[in-house]
Design a protein around this ligand. Structure first.
Ligand SMILES: C=CC1=C(C)c2cc3[nH]c(cc4nc(cc5[nH]c(cc1n2)c(C)c5CCC(=O)O)C(CCC(=O)O)=C4C)c(C)c3C=C
Ligand SMILES: [Fe+2]
Ligand SMILES: [Fe+2]
Length: 348
């Protein structure tokens, strides 16, 4: 019998666990390895999600399975290899998500003791959302707060994470009460954590950058026209960050990265924008990536690799990448406050 199991139930009764609240953090997901098959499995699951690529299956699947997934696992795998956490045998997104989970679990333990358990899951790959919902229910969670770790709402991120959560709940005989945490891009503590990370990075530089580029993950422009608020929330994040820093408009701007496919995506494209800045004589720039709660392939390889190279190639001289908030204390403060706000009425 499990040590946590309550002992007053009769011997022939199914296990009765002490009542708990689960806080389930969720991020995008990442491949289990950078070899061809791990990459292919991950990319296939990710790019088959209709919230991410909304092309009808009859048109998209042949292209995806027969063309894209014969090449991209090699190129993306080589990029993952460059940034892989070889000590731990996992991708940086996995390491940072584990660190965030441990830091938030410690805060929750201090606030609520054993009544609240904290864990994380991924939308694609492992650990799956379903496996973690199952584990929480088994551990006695009668309420689950599901927290997609994306500051901005996007159908391709927050909504699909929630879809997976609801699908997992649909399989539970004893379904817990459930809440999801909304986007938090305008939460003062999140903006403050971003601002502190900029101030810290700038304090360590001999020369002040000419511009700070806030580079957000992109999406097809069509998604914006169809009503996805992501673009507007990104623009507002840049404004709130600028206001908190007390800077004028010229000191910070917004661009979008990671274009995929032939369709037009949100513009300006970061890779072109930084080259343009260099050509305009802005020789020193810093880049921050506010849409990512943790460093990942898109920041460590794309921004700090490809985008840096594009800037330098166009004549730029000093490129500073400001890391994601990861498990910074100010970030954990912000996430903890958001969780507490969303637990209201559930906790004493
Ligand atoms: C194909 C369309 C894609 C859309 C739309 C999209 C939106 C989107 N993604 C993130 C956050 C992350 N994306 C990451 C990787 C990644 N994204 C796409 C494609 C789309 N993303 C691909 C194909 C990949 C895989 C990497 C590659 O092959 O280039 C990651 C990193 C995962 C990691 O393991 O490090 C994150 C995080 C947001 C916020 C977003 C929407 C607005
Ligand atoms: Fe992405
Ligand atoms: Fe990318």
């Amino acid at each position: 019998m499990s040590a946590d199991r309550l002992t007053h139930a009769p011997a022939n009764h199914p296990p009765v666990m002490p009542k708990k609240i689960g806080v389930l953090l969720a991020n995008l997901g990442t491949p289990d390895g950078y070899d061809y098959w791990s990459m292919r499995r991950y990319l296939s699951e990710f790019l088959s999600d209709k919230r991410v690529v909304d092309i009808p299956n009859w048109k998209w699947q042949p292209l995806l399975q027969l063309i894209i997934l014969t090449k991209r696992p090699f190129t993306s795998g080589a990029n993952y290899k460059l940034i892989w956490n070889h000590d731990k045998g996992e991708s940086p997104l996995m390491t940072f998500t584990k660190d965030q989970t441990a830091a938030i679990a410690a805060r929750m333990q201090a606030l609520y003791g054993a009544d609240v358990m904290v864990d994380f899951c991924m939308r694609y790959g492992n650990p799956s959302t379903e496996s973690k919902v199952q584990a929480m229910v088994k551990a006695g969670c009668e309420k689950i707060l599901f927290f997609p770790l994306y500051p901005h709402y996007a159908g391709a991120t927050s909504a699909t994470a929630n879809d997976a959560f609801f699908a997992a709940l649909a399989k539970e005989k004893r379904q817990p009460a459930a809440r999801t945490v909304a986007e938090y891009f305008d939460h003062p503590l999140y903006i403050d954590a971003l601002a502190q990370s900029v101030e810290r990075a700038y304090a360590g530089l001999a020369n002040r950058p000419d511009v700070l580029v806030a580079s957000y993950h992109g999406m097809p422009k069509r998604y914006l026209m169809e009503g996805d608020p992501y673009h507007c929330q990104c623009q507002k994040t840049t404004r709130l960050l600028r206001e908190r820093l007390g800077w004028d408009r010229a000191a910070i701007d917004t661009s979008f990265q990671s274009v995929f496919g032939r369709e037009e995506w949100l513009k300006p494209y970061t890779v072109e924008h930084v080259a343009e800045l260099a050509k305009q004589g802005k020789k020193r720039i810093a880049v921050i990536a506010p849409a990512f709660s943790a460093d990942c392939i898109e920041t460590l390889e794309e921004i700090n690799g490809e985008i840096r190279e594009a800037f330098e190639h166009a004549g730029g001289e000093e490129f500073t990448y400001i890391p994601c908030l990861n498990d910074d204390a100010a970030h954990i403060d912000a996430l903890t406050a958001i969780i507490q706000e969303n637990l209201q009425g559930w906790t004493a």
